[in-house]
Design a protein around this ligand. Structure first.
Ligand code: C2O
Ligand code: CU
Length: 475
């Protein structure tokens, strides 16, 4: 720690008596203004004066933006930016989104992870029809849970998400401990760009490309390739991360910094766990406390590490720099001790649960490949039946040589066992990684929101090839 500089104004007896530490003399504490300037997300403007209502306008439209320096890229956006604006609310708020579709195709918004009423879930015609080009729709629901959620289309989703349609929805918990760290929402994604900076066709390499899951060649953090953070040394940050890529897993190495994972998809977990890498499959979120730099001028680089999500997906690939961190030449500060974030989560009672078993399958006839669940692609599948109040235990088994981030709409579940290990620390999850030759078991309790609820692999290319299904929840 550098000695604090003092300067006294002439004649100020107060300052002289108080000695070093007057506000005029000390350097400004806290983060420098521009520490997160590279990744600062625009926030959607709340037009409603009622503090319990967040009301915004949101328009999906094509826009040209400079993503790679010197090249303009035409992308699909919410409100002209990639990612879309951060929607910021608190638990219990009502969210009203006046949505307009200015895209050349029909679209919807799916509120990933939010326990919305079925007609607000964004799955086309289940039950709400999609929003046609030029048309508008009002999404209107309350936000029952705190956490980082995200929004994206559910029409032709591999293509539309791949073109750039996604954004973060942060729901604060007013009762959470203060002082967790300086907040930072990080939307991780990628884009597949050709030499001129144009987004490549979403059907590149046909079905094989889909089975592999198309990853972009430019990694983006809040829409920027390799952004730089300039945080003050010693200050703790709270990273809220979401993997919004259509296929890419993000396995991030913290370059020696100690991370504490305090939550996942659906808010805080029952017990924080120390980590030195963050693993996120498409759709998943993480809530991580980290003090990335300890002393002035220190540097660190957060790197993407190839993650083996199946045949050849990690071969011949090297780590890539994702975020560079450079502490400015400012005296270090000490962050207060980490408050206890553990959350009391009651285990779902599974004593009367109905078992459901789902195999993730692939079928190849000549060149045509379909993916499915229990051997059937989505368009031939029968829904899983459930009644309000039912508890089910799902066993999802991977029969394919590729990993799948498995997502259930509308409900959180509790993972009991994943990829060979029993899970003891409870948390609320909506997207779970099903590894190679592995299986996952989770418990879900269906609350009083009847309707058709989708589940699917969140490698969106896999979903489009048929790896989707429905739960029919009845009164
Ligand atoms: Cu985020 Cu049906 O998906
Ligand atoms: Cu998959």
């Amino acid at each position: 720690m550098l000695p604090r500089k003092c300067s006294f104004w002439a004649g100020s007896i107060v300052v002289a008596l108080a000695g070093c530490g007057s506000e005029t003399a000390a350097p400004e504490p806290g983060q420098p203004d521009d520490w997160d300037a590279d990744v600062r997300l625009p926030e959607a403007k709340d037009t409603n004066e009622d503090p319990a209502i967040v009301e915004i306008d949101l328009t999906a439209k094509v826009a040209s933006i400079e993503i790679v320096p010197g090249k303009m890229t035409q992308v699909w956006t919410y409100d002209g930016g990639l990612p879309g604006p951060l929607i910021h609310a608190k638990r219990g708020d009502r969210l009203i989104v006046h949505f307009t579709n200015e895209l050349p195709e029909a679209t919807t918004i799916h509120w990933h992870g939010v326990r919305v009423p079925n007609e607000m879930d964004g799955v086309p015609d289940e039950p709400t029809p999609p929003v046609e080009p030029g048309a508008s729709f009002d999404y209107d629901f309350t936000l029952p849970d705190a956490g980082l959620f995200w929004y994206h289309p559910h029409v032709d989703s591999a293509a539309q998400v791949g073109f750039g349609l996604y954004g973060a929805l942060l729901v604060d918990d007013p009762e959470e401990p203060a002082d967790l760290g300086d907040p930072l929402v990080l939307v991780l994604s990628d884009l597949s760009l050709d030499e001129e900076g144009k987004v490549t066709a979403p059907d590149t390499s046909g079905d094989l490309g889909s089975v592999f899951g198309r990853e972009g060649n430019v990694i983006l953090v809040n829409g920027k390739p390799k952004p730089e953070l300039r945080p003050r040394a010693g200050r703790r940050e709270r990273w809220r991360l979401v993997d919004a890529a259509k296929s890419r897993y993000f396995w991030l190495d913290l370059d020696g910094a100690a991370g504490l994972r305090i939550g996942g998809d659906g808010g805080l977990s029952s017990k924080p766990s120390p980590i030195d890498r963050i693993l996120l499959g498409p759709g998943q979120r993480a809530d991580v406390l980290v003090t990335p730099v300890a002393s002035p001028n220190e540097r660190r680089t957060i790197r993407w590490i190839p993650f083996d999500r199946g045949y050849g997906s990690a071969d011949l690939r090297s780590p890539e720099d994702v975020i560079s961190i450079r502490a400015p030449d400012l005296p270090a500060e000490t962050s207060p001790a980490i408050p206890d974030t553990s959350r009391a989560i009651e285990a779902i009672d599974t004593s009367k649960a109905a078992p459901i078993s789902l195999d993730l399958t692939m079928d190849q006839q000549g060149d045509a490949i379909t993916l499915g669940i229990n051997g059937v692609p989505y368009d031939e599948s029968e829904p899983i039946m459930a009644m309000i109040g039912d508890t089910q235990v799902w066993t999802v088994t991977n029969k394919m040589p590729w990993a799948h981030p498995f997502h259930l709409h509308g409900f959180f579940f509790q993972v009991l066992e994943a990829n060979g290990s029993k899970v003891d620390d409870l948390e609320w999850t909506d997207t779970v990684h099903v590894g190679l030759d592995a299986s996952v078991r989770f418990a879900v309790r269906f609350d009083e929101r009847p309707g058709m609820w989708m589940f699917h692999c969140h490698i969106l290319d896999h979903a489009e090839l048929g790896m989707m299904g429905m739960v029919h929840l009845q009164e």
